[in-house]
Design a protein around this ligand. Structure first.
Ligand code: NAD
Length: 543
């Protein structure tokens, strides 16, 4: 009956191409059509039951805001309380379920996303979050599947870490789920991050209350369908919709809060941390606080770099998914000797970008997530246009008539501390500072000191000494550092992801390090021949 099983060895999911005429593309288009027809009412999911409040809010496509895709049932603190109770009721049974059974649920979820749910999760992400098919596929399908498959392997690896023994004793390390519930709070921009924030603690035997961002509820609902279809027992992951502050007030004042698994802006995580700190005496345990937050990610080019490679990294790294990736390049440092060629290649790329609905597969650029983000972004663009110290060298146009569209915009600044060199905008705006070729060392200092964040960064150079120098001087500027590659596109199992400074706790999603935060080890020492004499040799009488 008992064995020590080995889970299937994880392999990164192949990214599908959706080429014109392919079966994948036809299926996806058909799924988009069906989803748009459905116009469902999305309930909360608490203790295995659909919970409706009747307070309906519309979900609109960012690229076509007159189109209502669905409605969701808005909740309050009441439903958050229900979700905590449901989670705590499910806790004992789930925490005692053997690890291979837990693993099987999430491996099955991975298989479902790879097969029967692939088009649905991609279609929901395209429509609800305005991602083109490639961006949806690498996120909602591939990265989600990778998180699930790799985390099972990491879990097995964690359980296999055992202490040394000596004769007559056996030392064992048990990885207990946390005592209480975990609060997962997810951002709008990655469906896979939302999945992982809820699934990683649950895989390790914890129960979870999950609050997705309002602008991601359309695909969050599909994730919940996948968990359900995979056989996740009732109450293990409970999904609630409530205003962020209201939900946090209920959760953070609960004695059984065991951890927060957060991804989103730095300010919100700081406010959660402050609230936990202020309530610290009221909890049963010290809650684990895991937060991956904002970024002001850079590309630094050395005079030895190749202009075409820099330009490609800029156009992809800054503008894919409209720059709404925490890892998106949003500031760049280019030596003046290379700038004319870099600009020429960059403009070439930008001129080829088409912008519009993700349903038109020719569009590389889609809409930003909502009106609030749109208004904030264009205020920075307008300010740049009216500021004589900077120049908008590409893009700068926008319209919210049909959807929230902003052209990929490049600002050139002579001031390395210009506001868009250090503030996270989270949109398709890249600011470039041109430095004199002989000031590479001074520029390394600028990269280090200009922004409070330290998430991702890239050095482009062919000179090996320059690469070495940058790698060392910029050691604390990025948790994910790239050499001759764009600073986006981390892959689970290959580039564990997370940053430090104001970018978060750097607990590296997509690695064993993250899963370690969701367990509390118990050391067991068993003695086979217990001592029967209290004395030690040093007490022996001297002859
Ligand atoms: P956000 O901070 O606005 O929202 C994140 C979550 O927090 C949402 O679920 C939201 O409802 C909730 N929330 C908002 N206000 C709250 C409050 N006062 N109390 C409690 N919860 C609250 O972030 P967003 O706009 O969804 O996502 C963009 C941000 O996320 C960017 O700053 C980006 O850099 C960051 N991000 C970081 C990573 C990373 O791995 N470092 C990955 C993705 C996104």
């Amino acid at each position: 009956m008992i064995s020590i099983p080995e889970p299937p060895k994880p392999v990164n999911e192949e990214v599908r191409t959706y080429k014109p005429g392919s079966a994948d593309r036809l299926e996806l288009v058909e799924t988009i059509r069906r989803l748009k027809e459905e116009k469902s009412d999305i309930p909360m999911f608490i203790g295995g039951k659909n919970v409706k409040t009747g307070v309906l809010e519309a979900i609109r496509a960012p690229h076509d805001h007159k189109t209502v895709l669905a409605h969701f049932h808005m909740g309050t603190g009441e439903q958050v309380k229900m979700a905590i109770s449901a989670a705590l009721s499910a806790r004992q049974k789930w925490s005692e379920t053997s690890w291979e059974q837990r693993a099987s649920v999430f491996l099955k979820a991975a298989s479902l996303l790879s097969g029967p749910f692939r088009y649905k999760i991609n279609a929901a992400t395209m429509l609800g979050q305005s991602k083109n098919i490639h961006q949806a596929e690498i996120d909602a399908a591939s990265e989600s599947i990778d998180f699930l498959n790799f985390n099972v392997q990491f879990m097995a690896d964690i359980y296999s870490i055992q202490p040394e023994n000596n004769r007559y004793t056996w030392n064992r390390l048990e990885q207990r789920p946390l005592e209480g519930f975990v609060y997962a709070v997810s951002p709008f921009n990655f469906t896979s991050i939302a999945l992982n924030l809820a699934a990683a603690p649950a895989l390790m035997g914890n129960v979870v209350v999950w609050k997705p961002a309002q602008t991601q509820i359309y695909s969050a609902k599909v994730l919940m369908e996948v968990f359900h279809a995979a056989g996740l027992p009732a109450g293990v992951i409970n999904m609630v919709f409530a205003p962020g502050k209201e939900a946090a007030d209920v959760v953070l004042s609960h004695r059984d809060l065991a951890g927060i698994h957060f991804t989103g802006s730095t300010e919100v995580f700081q406010s959660l941390w402050t609230q936990v700190g202020n309530s610290i005496k009221s909890y049963k345990s010290f809650p684990r606080l895991v937060g991956e937050t904002g970024g002001k990610d850079y590309i630094l080019a050395h005079p030895s770099a190749r202009p075409i490679e820099i330009a490609t990294a800029l156009s992809r790294g800054a503008f894919e998914y409209q720059g709404q990736k925490c890892s998106a390049a949003s500031r760049a440092y280019i030596p003046e000797s290379l700038w004319p060629k870099v600009l020429c290649h960059l403009l070439d790329d930008l001129n080829q970008f088409k912008m519009g609905s993700p349903e038109d597969f020719g569009n590389f650029i889609n809409a930003v997530i909502d009106e609030k983000a749109f208004d904030k972004l264009i205020s920075y663009i307008d300010n740049a246009r009216n500021d004589p110290s900077v120049e908008v060298v590409a893009g700068g146009n926008y319209s919210k008539e049909t959807g929230y569209f902003i052209e990929p915009t490049v600002i050139l600044t002579r001031d390395p501390n210009y506001v868009t060199m250090h503030t996270e905008l989270f949109g398709p705006v890249l600011t470039i500072y041109i430095y004199p070729d002989d000031q590479f060392i001074e520029t390394l200092d600028l990269v280090d000191n200009t922004s409070p964040y330290a998430l991702t960064g890239a050095i482009f150079a062919t000179d090996r000494y320059a690469i070495d120098q940058a790698s060392k001087r910029l050691v604390n500027t990025a948790g994910n550092f790239y050499i001759n590659d764009k600073p986006t596109g981390a892959v689970v199992g290959r580039q564990p992801f997370g940053g430090s400074r104001a970018s978060g706790t750097n607990d590296k999603a997509g690695s064993m390090l993250n899963l370690l935060r969701w367990v509390s080890p118990r050391t067991i020492k068993e003695c086979f021949l217990p001592p029967v004499d209290h004395s030690y040799p040093f007490l022996d009488p001297v002859n």
